[in-house]
Design a protein around this ligand. Structure first.
Ligand code: NAI
Ligand code: MG
Length: 358
């Protein structure tokens, strides 16, 4: 029996609804396979937990998570708790403590989804953004002074280290080296305006490129790169970016392949010293929370990425095939894609499809 321990952190808002459907899909796959067992442990951390306890996760939370095989997370953050409190109280500590320095975000048009970019099909929209996930612009170094006076000021420093930059670039290059003909890598920069950290980043891009001479490299300013995501998305295979640039680029990436309801992400510790974490790109969507209409596609796709990471490639393939067949058939379409299906109806349709495929 292959056995995996999975920490479920549904979190806030629609996170709870979409993780429920993702878990149903995993359960359906496991019941078909027979040789696999998932041990789930659910954690009720998030903004409600914060309002009760003053903490986003339990004090020993990171210890409780450190030995699981994977973490499957919905979304955290909700009106009533400032976003920087919810982010720094749960998500960022997990990403950092567990050295999940790769944030992998596929920008891939699934079958059955129409891109808002006119004339663009799956053959034009199939690349991966690798976002640095542990340092960069999301540093907690800085401070606020003279609040409430005319001298009010805030300073925040970006942190780029040789260790942090080299490891994300090596990961990106090794991926670019495996896929694509020609092998291509695009690195996001802004070395014209940000004149210390970004030239540093570019210098290491050129250095790591020497280890992967077959990979053609473009170093592109982030503003132009954002425009190219819209005007020529077909030229990309692997895009690597700093923490902030990658964050912004991937919401745009999500938009061109069908929106926030679709886009998955994986926070990976490539060394497998710690668990990796799988979560949709979207947040808790307070505007539709509680209505039962969130699109669980992103969360279900994340479950597929988790299976891939666990080495369960056959099950991941069945999941992705079932998901795409449901999207293609268009019987169950959630409101974000123009239909009226509920989160539960969509999830159950995918489970039914898995049973027929399995
Ligand atoms: P959001 O992703 O929650 O929502 C943006 C828009 O996309 C909304 O109109 C929402 O209805 C729609 N949307 C998102 N996911 C959807 C889905 N699965 N199906 C259908 N429509 C969907 O981003 P927003 O509004 O900026 O953030 C809301 C809260 O979530 C904030 O507290 C924020 O800090 C948090 N957040 C958490 C993230 C995480 O846990 N990784 C990521 C992004 C935001
Ligand atoms: Mg984001």
């Amino acid at each position: 029996m292959r056995s995996y321990s999975i920490a479920l952190i549904p979190g806030d808002g629609i996170g709870i609804d979409v993780i429920k459907e993702g878990k149903k899909v995993l359960d359906t796959l496991c019941s078909l396979d027979g040789g696999i067992k998932m041990d789930y442990r659910t954690f009720d951390w998030g903004c409600e937990y914060y309002l009760k306890t003053g903490r986003m996760m339990s004090e020993t939370g990171l210890d409780e998570l450190k030995d699981v095989d994977s973490i499957y997370l919905g979304a955290v953050g909700y009106p009533g708790v400032p976003d920087h409190v919810s982010l720094w109280g749960l998500l960022l500590p997990i990403r950092r403590k567990f050295e999940q320095y790769i944030n992998l975000r596929p920008v891939k048009l699934l079958r059955g989804i129409q891109s808002p970019l006119a004339g663009r099909t799956a053959e034009h929209l199939d690349f991966t953004v690798i976002r640095e996930n542990n340092e960069g612009e999301y540093s907690s170094i800085g401070g606020r002074m003279y609040e409430g006076t005319e001298m009010d000021l805030a300073i925040q420093s970006a942190v780029f280290t040789k260790h942090g930059v080299e490891r994300v670039l090596r990961y990106a290059y090794s991926m670019a080296n495996k896929i694509g003909k020609p092998k291509r890598l695009t690195a996001a920069t802004k070395s014209n305006g940000i004149n210390h950290t970004m030239p540093f980043w570019d210098e290491y891009v050129r250095k790591i490129n020497l280890e992967y001479p077959e990979v053609e490299t473009e170093i592109t300013h982030i503003d132009a790169l954002a425009a190219f995501f819209v005007t020529k998305p077909d030229v990309f295979d692997v895009v690597v970016a700093s923490n902030l640039f990658g964050d912004i680029l991937t919401d745009l990436g999500a938009a061109i392949v069908g929106g926030m309801g679709i886009a998955p992400s994986a926070n990976i510790n490539p060394d497998r010293k710690f668990p990796s974490m799988f979560e949709p790109v979207h947040g808790s969507a307070p505007d539709i929370a509680g209505k039962g209409i969130a699109n669980p596609t992103a969360a279900i796709w994340c479950a597929g990425m988790m299976l891939e990471h666990l080495g369960e490639h056959a099950l991941a393939n069945i999941l992705m095939e079932a998901l795409q067949q449901v999207l293609e058939e268009g019987r169950m379409v959630t409101p974000d894609l123009g239909g009226t299906a509920t989160t539960v109806q969509f999830g159950e349709e995918v489970c039914g499809k898995i049973k027929r495929l399995g």
